[in-house]
Design a protein around this ligand. Structure first.
Ligand code: HPA
Length: 246
């Protein structure tokens, strides 16, 4: 049984260092996940990997089948799930190519399939979501970053927007007034579905750009890619130390 599942976001469609054992196509009651699950060994630990946007990066944030993805990963027997996700930095500490481990989230997404608790229910369930991320996995991430000598923001509030367009400057001003430090398009419903499945879920956010109105220049895909390449190299090192601590 794998020790950890990893969902890779933009800039992370394959895990470097992963010795691939097999690929598994999974059908779920919620449809198809973003792609086959990749089972393998990462620095000596069994892991399962899934590229959130598909291995060819073709599925936009609002069309990701979050329910199928998490259901398929849960089925492998994992209890811990690390999500890697690109974000825009809103407050000054969340600088391009940096890493952050959010501890809170605000959901601005709409009309996404966001719960397993609907349809043919025998009873209504409301999961506790006061602390949306798993503190145990967050603590491991913070420690792994220290071990690796990587400076990372140990907390922060993630604002989840609908996408796929980036935000207006006024929208980012509003998110900052709400208390958001970073903005991304995939944090929800992923975090809430993980909680419904009782998975220990945490996010490693990789800052791709300064959010709208926070940088000097227009946000270009080229800049995003440059920062993500730098940030993902740090994620690789982080993972090496993280799996040793599992
Ligand atoms: N906004 C929303 N999602 C993002 C951004 C952003 O600026 N950068 C990377 N993902």
């Amino acid at each position: 049984m794998p020790d950890l599942a990893i969902i890779g976001g933009t800039g992370l469609t394959r895990l470097s260092g992963l010795e691939i054992a097999r690929r598994e196509v999974v059908q779920t009651p919620y449809g198809e996940p973003s792609g086959p699950l990749t089972h393998g060994v990462l620095f000596g630990r069994e892991v399962v990997f899934l590229a959130r946007h598909g291995y060819g990066h073709t599925i936009p944030p609002h069309q990701v089948n979050y329910r199928a993805n998490l259901w398929a990963l849960k089925r492998t027997g994992i209890t811990r799930l690390l999500a890697v996700a690109a974000v825009g930095g809103i407050t000054p500490d969340y600088a391009p190519a940096g890493l952050a481990f959010p501890d809170q989230i605000i959901d601005y997404t709409w009309s996404r399939a966001h719960t397993y608790f609907e349809g043919d229910l025998t009873h209504v369930t409301h999961v506790d979501f006061t602390q949306p991320y798993c503190e145990e996995l967050r603590a491991l991430l913070i420690q792994a970053a220290k071990d690796a000598g990587i400076e990372a923001c140990p907390r922060g509030t993630y604002g989840a927007t609908q996408g796929p367009r980036l935000e207006t400057a006024a929208e980012i001003d509003r998110l900052e007034r709400d208390g958001c430090d970073m903005v991304g398009m995939t944090g929800m419903p992923e975090a809430a579905l993980a909680r419904e499945l009782e998975l220990c879920y945490a996010t490693c956010a990789v800052v791709a750009n300064r959010a709208a109105g926070r940088g000097t220049a227009q946000i270009t895909m080229r800049d995003i890619e440059t920062h993500l390449t730098e940030g993902m190299a740090k994620v690789g090192e982080l993972l090496r130390h993280l799996v040793q601590r599992l």
